[in-house]
Ligand binder design. Structure first.
Ligand SMILES: Nc1ncnc2c1ncn2[C@@H]1O[C@H](COP(=O)(O)OP(=O)(O)OP(=O)(O)O)[C@@H](O)[C@H]1O
Ligand SMILES: [Mg+2]
Length: 378
């Protein structure tokens, strides 16, 4: 929309040429707009000519005189609204009584400029109109993008939920049809598989609950001073059983004692997801090292693992919702692909950063930096 088309319908030649002259050299440039807006003026000396132009081409703004020789400005409003619903209509008239203003507004005029007007009055009116049209365009664009993202999200979500439901349904049918005979122990394996799929579904639902909480900005817990060392230790304790099962060691290296002001659940999610990944995508006998360091401005938390690593080509997708790397190595590993997208959202809330470095086959390093501004040190 870097050029707005302004149709001026007025029987006074002086008004038409004045508007053309003033607007031909006028531009609007707000800091929030990424482009400068200029104006192209179309002139109509009667309502009929104005309606012809409206019929023929799209216009952004109509400056409409009410006192015209033939069809009156106010009688044109309905047609303009019908034919060009997005056009911004400003009435210009010296006969603007309150009655006309009320009537014109009720049938579609957006604004009034009393005649005669100074160049400055015309310019500020056009500035406001431009801002209005720009915001309208942005809102429409955002709504469209939002709808698309929500649709994609629901598509992937339904797919993710359908797969385990189909699997469990299949296993239950095998049991109902006594496919393996009457011996209950012959159904042990498919029962275990069903339970495993249910566990995956529960994980997905828990992740979704976390996600919707951040999306809506609703958070039941209060922010408070949280000791980073205790937070890290409790996350490590939580992941110890899984690590021990796979002969993976987890070590904490912390060189500062710091409290961060935040919501415990949120900071726990960061630690739990990154530790869970470091353990889950590791190798037997692998290592996970958690380094915590601070300076005056921020606390830096590094999660280093000796796992399967992440191919360079997948790096840009890592923080997208539902993204999972599909290889032979990751085949048996459960996950919803939501963990990192949630972590990224929380880190953003804290105005922090998260970075990844990885060498396929050797391991990955996730570095989270959370600013201490507004938070206190012990
Ligand atoms: N430390 C890591 N090493 C190797 N690959 C990783 C690592 N962390 C994440 N990934 C890859 O990135 C993908 C996305 O991770 P994310 O944590 O978002 O989801 P998930 O672990 O699959 O599921 P969830 O965390 O929701 O249970 C993973 O599926 C995995 O392929
Ligand atoms: Mg994960």
């Amino acid at each position: 929309m870097n050029k707005l088309k302004v149709l001026v319908v007025d029987d006074e030649p002086g008004i038409r040429s004045g508007v053309s002259r003033i607007l031909s050299r006028f531009t609007v440039d707000y800091p929030f707009m990424d482009e400068q807006i200029s104006f192209e003026v179309l002139e109509a000396e009667t309502g009929e000519i104005g309606l012809d132009i409206i019929d023929r081409e799209p216009v952004d703004v109509v400056l409409l005189d009410n006192k015209l020789p033939g069809v009156q400005g106010i009688d044109m409003l309905e047609t303009i609204r019908k034919k060009q619903p997005d056009a911004f209509i400003t009435m210009i008239t010296s006969h603007a009584s309150l009655d006309v203003a009320v009537k014109a507004t009720s049938i579609g005029a957006h604004d009034f400029v009393p005649k005669p007007f100074t160049p400055q009055e015309l310019k500020s009116s056009l500035e406001n109109i431009t801002k209005h049209l720009f915001l309208k365009k942005m809102t429409r664009q955002l709504q469209k993008e939002g709808k698309q993202i929500r649709f994609q999200f629901l598509q992937v979500l339904s797919h993710e939920l359908k797969a385990p439901i189909n699997a469990i349904e299949g296993y239950l049918n095998m049991i109902v049809n006594k496919q393996f005979g009457d011996n209950i122990s012959d159904y042990q394996e498919i029962t275990e598989r069903s339970l495993e799929r249910l566990k995956g579904m529960r994980g997905l639902i828990m992740d979704l609950l976390d996600l919707t909480r951040f999306e809506t900005g609703k958070n039941p817990s209060e922010p408070q001073e949280i000791d980073i060392r205790l937070l890290a230790q409790s996350a490590i304790d939580l992941h110890k059983p899984q690590a021990i099962q796979n002969d993976i060691s987890i070590r904490l290296h912390i060189d500062c004692d710091v409290c961060i002001y935040g919501v415990p659940d949120e900071l726990e999610i960061i630690f739990n997801n990154l530790l869970s990944n470091a353990v889950k995508y590791n190798k037997p006998n692998g290592k996970v090292d958690l380094y915590i360091s601070c300076d005056d401005a921020a606390v830096t938390i590094v999660f280093r693992d000796t796992g399967m690593g992440i191919p360079e080509s997948e790096m840009s997708n890592l923080f997208k919702e539902f993204f999972r790397i599909k290889t032979e190595e990751t085949k048996g590993i459960q996950g919803s692909g939501l963990g990192l997208s949630i972590v990224k959202k929380i880190v953003d809330i804290y105005r922090g950063t998260i970075e990844v470095e990885s060498t396929p086959g050797l391991g990955s390093v996730f570095t989270v930096q959370l600013p201490l501004s507004g938070k206190t040190t012990k």
